[in-house]
Write a protein that binds this ligand. Structure first.
Ligand SMILES: CC(C)(COP(=O)(O)OP(=O)(O)OC[C@H]1O[C@@H](n2cnc3c(N)ncnc32)[C@H](O)[C@@H]1OP(=O)(O)O)[C@@H](O)C(=O)NCCC(=O)NCCS
Length: 321
């Protein structure tokens, strides 16, 4: 990148940082831009100056990766940096440029593709543009900052025991994990792949073999009825950069058997985890939930979480308008 462009990118990043801090203190510093597929896409304002830019990242997720279950096989992600007063117009221009860029890429025309933009939830200024270009808000990254006061004591669910899972629980954990994926598929996020069940089993086996697997089961009369899996800060580095607070943990899986919902089991599992994270000094816990899952948003917001980012997607990628 020529130095004049590098300087301009730095100025844009600084201005975006100021804007983000003003709208949501949990947003991180914009930091450096990822390496994209080419030079950044640039939006020029009426005064001829740079009004924003975006980098397009291409990712091919191979079938032997569990990550392919969480979305399309070929992912095209726009990372925007829009600093100005008129974010709506700049977003509109940038998305149009990105659409034209993807139209020239053969791999973006297949059926198993997505075009996505991760946008700050509190930044309402660009939403009209995202909608106009055919993007849908699919998933939310929600955050729970550690509360200031002493945490409420964990409240047990009547007749239910919560215990850490170990290697002997592989089948129970697998059944609950797969039930969660099947449930989440209603909302357009995960895609069931030939290798999904095997790869989930492999991941569970590896994690349950650890000394402290950060996986808990809720049981009624010895029958597993709920599952919670967490990643403590040492495993959550992949998402920690999405927030200004540190250290960050990531709540990976939460599922309660359909017959047992609404009886306090989910809350008991989550409060058990929060007590542990709060005592460790974890500053923020992040999680993903589907925007349109009717069960998750009310539950998570009751548990102290709130929206931080929304992932807007067009699937396949050429549904971008
Ligand atoms: C989301 C889920 C884990 C909640 O577990 P649960 O055991 O039913 O929740 P609880 O009974 O412990 O409810 C805890 C609190 O949230 C509230 N709540 C739970 N679900 C709610 C809903 N759909 N609407 C409104 N409030 C809800 C409860 O009223 C309760 O409030 P209280 O503290 O005032 O009593 C469960 O519905 C589930 O497994 N859903 C399918 C999988 C899923 O969506 N997982 C989350 C993916 S991110």
């Amino acid at each position: 990148m020529p130095w004049v462009v590098r300087e301009a990118v730095r100025d844009v990043n600084r201005a975006v940082g100021r804007r983000w801090r003003a709208i949501d203190p949990l947003l991180p510093d914009p930091g450096t831009l990822p390496a994209g597929c080419g030079e950044p896409l640039v939006v020029t304002g009426d005064n001829g100056r740079m009004a924003g830019l975006g980098v397009c990242v291409h990712q091919h997720i191979p079938p032997q990766s569990l990550n392919q279950t969480w979305g399309a096989a070929d992912r095209f992600t726009l990372v925007p940096r829009l600093p100005g007063q008129d974010v709506a117009t700049a977003a509109d221009l940038l998305l149009a440029e990105w659409r034209d860029h993807l139209a020239g890429i053969g791999a973006a025309r297949g059926p198993d593709t997505s075009a996505s933009v991760v946008w700050p939830s509190m930044d309402v200024t660009g939403i009209q543009a995202l909608l106009r270009h055919g993007l849908q808000p699919l998933t939310v990254i929600a955050a729970r900052p550690r509360p200031n006061g002493p945490p409420p004591p964990p409240r047990p669910a009547y007749g239910v025991t919560i215990r850490p899972a170990g290697p002997a629980d592989e089948e129970s954990v697998l059944a609950l994990e797969l039930s969660l994926i099947r449930y989440d598929m209603h909302f357009g996020g995960p895609v069931w792949r030939n290798a999904t069940a095997r790869l989930v089993r492999d991941e569970i086996r590896d994690s349950l073999a650890r000394a402290d697997p950060w996986t808990w089961l809720a049981e009624r009369n010895g029958r597993p009825v709920g599952l919670l899996v967490d990643q403590p800060p040492q495993e959550a580095g992949w998402i920690a950069g999405m927030t200004s607070k540190s250290p960050a943990a990531y709540l990976q899986t939460m599922f309660v058997d359909g017959q047992e919902r609404g009886t306090g089991i989910g809350a008991a599992l989550v409060r058990n985890l929060h007590a542990r994270l709060d005592a460790m000094g974890v500053a923020v816990t992040l999680l993903h939930h589907s925007q349109v899952n009717p069960l998750s948003a009310p539950f998570w917001y009751r548990m102290g979480y709130r929206p931080l980012w929304a992932s807007w997607e067009a699937r396949p990628a050429n549904a971008l308008r």
